[in-house]
Design a protein around this ligand. Structure first.
Ligand code: PA5
Length: 445
């Protein structure tokens, strides 16, 4: 069960106002359930956790096993919603130094198709040169330039290193059922494929094969991940009373803060493994709410690291921010501060304490300081970093995002603004079909 605490926002907004959202939240929940709101053709994520079958999971696990058995490295090629969910879960659950260890239980997972950096791609191809590698090519549209470009390079390299027939066994495509270049290639080459359902948008697709296959290849329990998400689907359901529904409370609180001038939400962690959960969350909320000249700007920091960079701004900069902290109750390992006879560093006052106790005091101290400094604070407590708990967290954020977008009055399920840069880039690159745009853009330079 998601444990959300909103008490430390009440010095800035009133409890009455937050609870005053009950009727609006109910209406938003109804629009989601009945499919009567904007973007209602993209609601496939809503009851996805509870509808995933054992057979589907078995199919994913079998494919993951093939990749595990035949690859030292698996490249996950995708961008935005076709990459961030998998990376968020994998990095949260992985040993921080897994990729440096000699003995590995699962292939090393690396990422491509999420940038167009020549150096990145060159260095990746160099790294893969002497490796038995496979590729999971993920693109719903099947035409995203970043991903298609990376896949062209990776396909060629994989075929050169392993031979065309062998390469087919270790390349998997996750894409549309019928359309797009990724589908055409996969069908022609005979790759194993998984379908991204039409009614699930990229940023809501972590519990489709987009997230589940890479997560399974990395060695994590996708059944537990889905079970956690399914539990939150129930706990945040339309029938759960407002006061007991964490997704409803989170959506209402952040909208009330926004109305009171808090235009930026900072997602905070005190555990670097959660860095990519924040990246995933930024896409989820940024793409869902940032439109019609509205929307909270989603930002993130990793503490205590960023207390030594962004901490000053957060403590004393413009008071237009609020924080949502993801706190991990129980860490996975134990490490105590040793005693030092000389005590040259003056740290013997910490001797015998768990490192996590020091971190927790940094967390508490930061919360109090930031609230004193005028920063409203919400807190989500995860019992531990496990598949189940991460599944709960991901679905919680998705559900709250759907409600929150409707409270804001936008269509939370489209992303028309993403096309603007693509149009200009294609015009500048003289892509066939963009002749008029090319002329127009050249005239502006
Ligand atoms: O949320 C979204 O829809 C986007 O971020 C997409 O996931 C991203 O642009 C990648 O698109 P595609 O999967 O079509 O390659």
């Amino acid at each position: 069960m998601i444990n959300l605490n909103i008490e430390k926002t009440f010095g800035f907004i009133s409890k009455e106002k937050v609870f005053g959202y009950e009727a609006e939240v109910k209406a938003a929940q109804e629009m989601l359930e009945k499919g009567t709101g904007k973007g209602n053709d993209f609601l496939g994520w809503l009851h996805l956790p509870s509808s995933i079958t054992k057979e589907h999971l078995a199919d994913l696990k079998a494919t993951a096993q093939t990749l595990k058995e035949n690859c030292e490295v698996v490249v996950v090629a995708g961008i935005g919603g076709s990459y961030l969910g998998a990376r968020a879960v994998i990095e949260t659950l992985s040993n921080s130094f897994a990729w440096l260890q000699d003995k590995k239980d699962a292939p090393v997972i690396v990422y491509a198709g999420h940038n167009i950096s020549e150096d990145y791609l060159y260095e990746l191809t160099e790294y893969l040169k002497d490796k038995k590698f496979g590729v999971i090519n993920i693109s719903k549209s099947g035409t995203t330039t970043e991903t298609a470009l990376a896949f062209r390079l990776l396909k060629k390299q994989c075929e050169t290193q392993r031979g065309k027939e062998e390469a087919k066994k270790v390349i998997v495509a996750i894409t549309d059922a019928k359309k797009g270049a990724a589908r055409v290639t996969a069908d022609k080459e005979g790759y194993k494929t998984f379908v991204i359902p039409d009614n699930v948008g990229g940023r809501f697709s972590v519990l489709t094969p987009v997230g589940l296959l890479p997560i399974a290849v990395a060695g994590f329990d996708i059944e537990q991940l889905v079970a956690g998400a399914a539990a939150t689907e129930k706990a945040c359901g339309a029938d759960v009373p407002f006061a007991e529904n964490p997704a409803a409370l989170y959506a209402a609180t952040r909208n009330e803060l926004y109305k009171n001038g808090k235009k930026i939400e900072i997602l905070v962690n005190f555990c670097p493994k959660l860095h990519y959960v924040s990246e995933w969350w930024k896409q989820l909320y940024g793409e869902s709410e940032g439109k019609d000249n509205k929307g909270i700007f989603p930002a993130s920091v990793d503490f205590s690291t960023d207390l030594h960079s962004m901490g000053q701004w957060i403590q004393e900069g413009e008071r237009s921010i609020f924080e949502t902290v993801i706190s991990v109750e129980k860490v996975n390992h134990e490490l105590k501060v040793p005693t030092d006879e000389e005590n040259l560093d003056g740290l013997n006052f910490l001797a015998g304490k768990r490192v996590d106790e020091v971190n927790k005091m940094a967390e508490l101290g930061t919360q109090l300081a930031h609230v004193d400094g005028g920063v409203p604070n919400m807190r989500i407590v995860l019992p531990q970093l496990t598949e189940y708990n991460i599944g709960e967290l991901l679905y919680f954020f998705e559900k709250a995002c759907g409600i929150s977008g409707y409270l804001l009055g936008v269509n939370p399920f489209n992303q028309p603004g993403v096309e603007a840069y693509k149009k200009n880039m294609f015009a500048l690159l003289n892509k066939p079909g963009y002749e008029e745009e090319s002329k127009a853009i050249q005239a502006r330079l």
